[in-house]
Design a protein around this ligand. Structure first.
Ligand code: ATP
Ligand code: MG
Length: 249
């Protein structure tokens, strides 16, 4: 990998891109994952490559919702595994969630490679390999989930999920926390809590909020109030406005 100088104005974005490239070489990220990353980068560029205040509020609400959950599950695909493997493990620990591998283009090799990669980053139990349950309304391969994972979860974090599956999970009654840089994508539009931010910033920030709430022993009432105060429409609008601000100014 070429060295990226720290003073390069877009150093972080270039490093992220290289991590996706490495993910493809390691066999954890699909080639389509490169295209998804490209779309994400375009939105991130327009957002100023920073966590805007409405995204920080969404990340705090997401942390509170995860702490309130009976059985939270964090879904991991090839891009997530390449970009934030250790950070997903830390978030899972901070909110007592399960990690489940879920792929749009499911192959046994990639499922195993991602599970191994998560274990290399400290994960103990990785779900998704049993595939002993289905999400209703999706075609066979994309419907596969674990019975004791996503199938029985009440709250699911689905980063960079495709719109179809996000909608199908919502129809199953799951509370969805979607991380997606495009506020207009169907996934973001379906989410109870849409987090319009780059996964590389969103996950550590959710963990930070979860730890802060936990350490000071926030009550259920306080966590519920944080979730209730979060307005999804307002957050989606704020992100779209930030993206379009050039023409709105
Ligand atoms: P749909 O409208 O059905 O939801 P889609 O357009 O979202 O489909 P994809 O291109 O597969 O379909 O989705 C990739 C999504 O993931 C895009 O919305 C993109 O903005 C987002 N994305 C890509 N990389 C990142 C990232 N690093 N952090 C957050 N979101 C990202
Ligand atoms: Mg989408």
């Amino acid at each position: 990998m070429t060295e990226i100088p720290d003073d390069h104005p877009r150093a972080e974005s270039l490093r992220t891109r290289h991590r996706i490239e490495d993910g493809v070489e390691l066999g954890i990220t699909s080639k389509q994952g490169l295209i998804a990353q490209g779309r994400g980068e375009a939105y991130d560029y327009l957002l100023g490559e920073e966590t805007i205040p409405s995204a920080d509020a969404a990340e705090r609400a997401a942390a509170a919702r995860l702490l309130l959950a009976d059985h939270p599950v964090l879904s991991v695909n090839g891009n997530v595994a390449a970009l934030v493997p250790g950070e997903m493990v830390e978030l899972a620990e901070a909110v007592d969630a399960d990690l489940e591998v879920n792929l749009f283009n499911r192959t046994a090799e990639r499922m195993e490679a991602i599970a191994d990669h998560l274990r290399d980053h400290g994960a103990e139990d990785v779900k998704g390999l049993a595939a002993d349950a289905r999400i209703p309304g999706l075609d066979h391969e994309r419907a596969k989930v674990d019975e004791d994972g996503i199938r029985s979860a009440d709250v699911v974090v689905v980063p960079l999920e495709d719109g179809d599956r996000a909608e199908a999970l919502a129809e199953m009654g799951k509370t969805e926390i979607v991380v997606d840089l495009n506020p207009m994508s169907r996934s973001a539009q379906t989410a109870a809590i849409p987090v319009i931010d780059n996964i590389v910033r969103a996950v550590p920030n959710m963990t930070k909020h979860a730890r802060e709430l936990r350490e000071r022993g926030a009550s259920r009432e306080e966590l519920e109030a944080i979730v209730a105060e979060f307005d999804r429409e307002e957050a989606l609008e704020a992100a779209e406005k930030a993206i379009r601000r050039g023409e709105l100014d």
